[in-house]
Design a binder for this molecule. Structure first.
Ligand SMILES: Cc1ncc(COP(=O)(O)O)c(C=O)c1O
Length: 371
């Protein structure tokens, strides 16, 4: 079976983990600090705060912006539930927007319609790794802070700048099958020193000195720490960070392979009139190609046909405003219509050309098939 996603782990990651295990320090420590430093340079921001998932990063981002009861946060509906769950965690209300029919990212006109005095943040998702049109979004947002959900977009670029450096706070996922994977993991990226320092406290229960700082600097009263504010327990650890450092060194190479696979798909489907392919990269928009999503009329039949031929697929996503947990549902016509058509084909850097050819051949051979 060809999987939809697959982690790309090798000997280097195994050795990096072994080194940490032998070091005697596997919690939050020097590897996490090193990962944060390298990731900060890679993304082109001033600070990175390592956490245990993008869900935690998004949750913390809202806390850092003091989002609370009575506030509204605008989120696109075509996303993973984390993007909206975190709003509820903070007792605020997620306001769902429709999506752009070509990119499946947040519909900026709909954002404009939904902004009001209660709107305290906007969370665009760089869906599939393709950056959102951030200039237009910023124009509409004005002073309202923008938290980028960059879970798909590690390495993606908008007008020469990395996703995660485009809004007020960037949130990344290093979950098992993300472009940069650690098993689980996440990060916030930002430029404000005071907010970064608060994020470092809040990821560790509100304690104002990390274990590592204590062991390194504060020899006299090593037991002393301060807790002025109640935080979460969601920090990164050195096992995750060690894997992340290796993955970061391979990220551009892995993303280049993703792009190559995307090009092969798009080229092969160019003359197949029943398949709509995703928008291609250009000088302003460079996707990290986390997901390759096509649109077809008989999506369910095609996915079953591919499954029967040893090819797994996915649907990213069922529009999340349709889930009963969010209460009253708005009508979001584009997302609801396209949900019936979208299908994610296998996409991971370790996929062989032979597998790519098999997927292309099987998809193309579906036309006219009755299931
Ligand atoms: C768009 C989006 N946001 C947030 C998340 C949450 O990431 P994590 O699993 O690291 O919490 C995901 C995970 O798949 C995602 O796809």
């Amino acid at each position: 079976m060809i999987q939809v996603f697959k982690p790309n782990m090798g000997q280097e990651e195994i050795e990096a983990v072994a080194e940490v295990l032998k070091s005697g320090w596997i919690g939050l420590g020097p590897k996490t600090v090193e990962f944060e430093k390298r990731f900060t340079e890679y993304i082109g921001v001033d600070y990175t705060v390592g956490v245990n998932s993008a869900t935690s990063a998004l949750d913390l981002a809202l806390k850092l912006l003091h989002i609370n009861y009575g506030h509204e946060v605008i989120v696109p509906t075509m996303t993973f539930v984390s993007t909206a769950h975190v709003v509820a965690y903070n007792l605020a209300t997620p306001i769902f927007t429709d999506v752009d029919p070509a990119t499946l990212s947040i519909d900026i006109e709909d954002v404009k319609r939904k902004i009001n005095v209660r709107t305290k943040a906007i969370i665009p998702v760089h869906y599939s790794g393709r950056p959102v049109d951030m200039d237009s979004l910023k124009e509409v947002a004005g002073d309202i802070p923008i938290i980028e959900d960059a879970a798909h977009a590690c390495g993606g670029e908008y007008k020469g700048k990395k996703c995660g450096s485009l809004g007020d706070i960037g949130c990344f996922s290093f979950h098992a099958v993300k472009n940069l994977a650690m098993g689980d993991g996440g990060a916030l990226t930002l430029n404000d020193k005071a907010i970064a320092e608060r994020a470092k406290r809040l990821r560790w229960l509100g304690i104002d000195k990390g274990t590592w700082d204590r062991s390194d600097y504060d020899r006299k009263y090593w037991w002393e720490y301060f807790v002025d504010e109640i935080g979460l327990k969601c920090h990164m650890n050195d096992i995750m960070a060690a894997i992340g450092l290796v993955q970061l060194s391979k990220l551009d190479r892995m993303n280049a392979r993703r792009k190559e696979i995307a090009r092969k798909y798009s080229e092969a489907f160019k003359n197949t009139d029943w398949i709509e392919t995703p928008p291609e990269d250009d000088s302003d928009y460079k996707s990290s190609w986390h997901i390759y999503c096509i649109k077809v009329e008989r999506r369910n039949d095609l996915s079953v046909y591919l499954q029967e031929n040893g090819i797994a697929t996915g649907v990213h996503y069922k529009p999340i405003h349709l889930y009963p947990c969010y209460g009253n549902k708005p009508f979001l016509p584009v997302a609801e219509r396209l949900f019936q058509k979208i299908l994610s084909l296998p996409m991971y850097p370790g996929m062989s050309d032979k597998d790519v050819e098999k997927i292309i051949g099987t998809v193309v051979s579906f036309k006219g098939k009755k299931t």
